[in-house]
Write a protein of this length. Structure first.
Length: 596
């Protein structure tokens, strides 16, 4: 019997070489025919021995495509260094009752040459069988072995097609994956580190390619690949897995030692390389992941190294180790993105409304529609998590349409129940990619019997307005019709009043990060007061978000802030709860703003 680890290696290699591919079998048929003809035998087969059967991928003289491994004579041939020859199977106690001997085939003679790959693993045999006992001469045996070598060469050649990166000549990602799968099965439980390197940022590569042509860029990548190989020892195979990326596995999982190796690599890589006549510094970012030689871990290594490398690229770090937390976070993002369309179709989204108060009389004057998503498996998900994910997908405009439809219908109900009470919705930069955003909104307003001044649109401040040229004309059209435009989260990022003059806004909402805890922070007090003053002078109404304490409210009143919104006043709630709250406020004495 073969030992188990040899067996696993062989099975992994059968997969890696894609030996069961019928096209490979067909391409080997001439060899099998030649063998049957040359040796004058009734049967010639190329037999591959896998976990529990032997399969005849090319055959002459036998209808059978496979047999149990238990009945496989070839499986014994795998262990012989040369040819296994059995002059008369009927006389051999191991095989005399084998179905191919005792059954209708009545085979007597067997000779099998193992198909041994470059790395010394026997995949199966090229074998001959006949109905009369016989013996192969030494010359015939050599010929059979030569034919077996031709078979293996053909298998390896077919595999290597499409397995090398033409620019560097190094094995490519497919080969990396195939070799990992072999490693995963052969080195039971040993620990390694997978490394994925990015040596040149793609944008610079594109720029250089456009200006100089592709040859100098390819030369840079070739030189970079040589540098990687120079630093690594000979037993480490480097793979060229994507245009600017190389991968390899080191037989070490000691983080300090692997990081020292990365440091050496980085120093070597960072020295300038010539692209045309321009000296360029290749960059160096590495994603690292330690793994056990186990089929599952090895199979997932490339993906995990990508997670680590992307982390290094995003944080501009020289190297990052794979983090399971980060991976889980990315997978969750991906899951949200892929589940959102179904969520929309299955009514998993809903709206809550947070009232906004006028600070002069303490009355609720409007409400902000805020999205909620209750995922059937993951439970409630905050918009702070799902909106940024969906903003990167094509679904965002559809989701905003859904918000517009439902929020406007609610605004119409409030016009009946709470005359003068208005509604604001949040729109994201992605929404302005839809050139018909405003016409669609106008149509919904009309269908619900609303006038534009009953609606406010909140957009976040920022540079995005410049990168979305379609946004400004749409905002101007909305404002011209009477829709109020508010700048949300003002003061949270690179706030400046400069661009505000370009946008037809009426309200500035001061970000909650400045408002919450206002009384305790002198800097926040200075900032909020300055924002309110300046906004007033420029003619904008001011709204403070995130009011959580009476002390904040007092300061805001002192500075003549116009409106406020926050947990201290009212939390986001259902539309019916808003109706009750507003009716109660309107019926009673002026609110002491203690309604939460
Ligand atoms: P936002 O537009 O600035 O909305 C205010 C957020 O602050 C809401 O969070 C609200 O629940 C929360 N908030 C209100 N008062 C307080 C307070 O006193 N303290 C604290 N800590 N938080 C307060 P929410 O509902 O989780 O929404 C987060 C963000 O998600 C919103 O920020 C908005 O940018 C976005 N969003 C929500 N709904 C939509 C939507 O329909 N469309 C778009 N594009 N974005 C939305
Ligand atoms: Mg908002
Ligand atoms: Mg806000």
């Amino acid at each position: 019997m073969l030992d188990r680890s040899q067996d696993l290696e062989r099975i992994a290699l059968i997969e890696a070489l894609n030996v069961m591919d019928p096209a490979l079998g067909r391409s080997l048929d001439p060899v099998t025919e030649l063998a049957a003809f040359t040796f004058g035998t009734a049967i010639a087969l190329i037999s591959i021995v896998d976990a529990d059967s032997q399969r005849f991928i090319s055959r002459v003289g036998l209808a059978l495509e496979r047999t149990d491994r238990h009945h496989s004579i070839c499986s014994c041939a795998l262990q012989s260094s040369g040819i296994l020859q059995i002059e008369d199977l009927r006389q051999d106690p191991r095989f005399h009752d084998n179905p191919i001997v005792a059954g209708p085939e009545q085979m007597r003679f067997y000779a099998g040459a193992p198909l041994v790959t470059r790395n010394g693993i026997a995949l199966g045999t090229l074998c001959l069988m006949d109905r009369t006992p016989r013996v192969l001469t030494a010359d015939e045996q050599r010929q059979l072995q030569t034919l077996a070598r031709i078979v293996v060469n053909q298998m390896e050649l077919k595999m290597s097609l499409g397995r090398r990166e033409p620019i560097s000549g190094l094995p490519n990602r497919q080969q990396f994956q195939a070799d990992l799968s072999v490693l995963g099965r052969q080195d039971g439980g040993n620990q390694f580190t997978g490394v994925l390197l990015d040596v040149f940022d793609l944008q610079s590569a594109n720029d250089a390619g456009q200006a100089l042509g592709l040859k100098p860029v390819e030369s840079l990548l070739r030189q970079a690949s040589l540098r990687v190989q120079e630093v690594l020892t000979d037993d480490v195979q480097v793979y060229h897995v994507a245009s600017t990326r190389f991968a390899f596995v080191v037989r070490n999982h000691d983080h300090a030692q692997v990081e020292a190796l990365m440091q050496r690599l980085r120093e070597r890589m960072r020295r300038p390389l010539m692209v045309g006549s321009i000296p360029m510094s290749p960059q160096f970012h590495a994603g690292l992941c330690d793994f056990r030689a186990d089929p599952d871990e090895a199979g997932d290594l490339v993906r995990k190294c990508m997670v680590a490398l992307n982390h290094a690229l995003q944080t501009d770090a020289c190297l990052c180790w794979y983090s399971a937390d980060r991976d889980a976070h990315l997978r969750r993002r991906y899951r949200l993105a892929s589940d959102a369309a179904r969520g929309l179709a299955q009514d998993q989204f809903s709206l809550v409304y947070q009232p906004r108060y006028d600070l002069r009389d303490g009355q609720p004057v409007s409400a902000e529609a805020l999205l909620r998503w209750t995922h059937p498996m993951l439970g409630p998900i905050t918009p702070g998590e799902f909106i940024p994910v969906l903003e990167c997908t094509a679904l965002m405009p559809a989701l905003s349409q859904w918000v517009i439809e439902h929020a406007f219908a609610q605004a119409a109900r409030w016009q009946q129940l709470l005359p003068g009470f208005t509604l604001s919705i949040n729109l994201s930069p992605r929404d302005f990619d839809n050139a018909n955003l405003w016409t669609g909104m106008a149509e919904r307003l009309q269908a619900n019997g609303l006038v534009p001044s009953q609606i406010e649109v909140e957009i976040t401040e920022g540079q995005w307005l410049h990168s979305h040229p379609a946004a400004l004309p749409q905002l101007r059209a909305m404002a011209a019709a009477g829709v109020r435009i508010a700048i949300d989260d003002f003061g949270s990022g690179y706030s400046n009043f400069g661009y505000l003059s370009e946008v037809p806004i009426s309200h500035i909402k001061v970000d909650q990060s400045l408002v919450t805890g206002l009384a305790r922070s002198r800097t926040a007090r200075l900032k909020v007061e300055a924002i309110i003053r300046l906004a007033q002078q420029l003619g904008y109404r001011t709204v403070a978000e995130g009011v959580e304490h009476e002390s904040e409210l007092s300061l805001l009143r002192l500075w003549d802030c116009n409106e406020a919104q926050g947990y201290y006043l009212a939390r986001p709630m259902s539309a019916d709860a808003v109706t009750q709250l507003v009716l109660a406020c309107r019926a009673g004495p002026p609110s002491d703003m203690d309604s939460d």
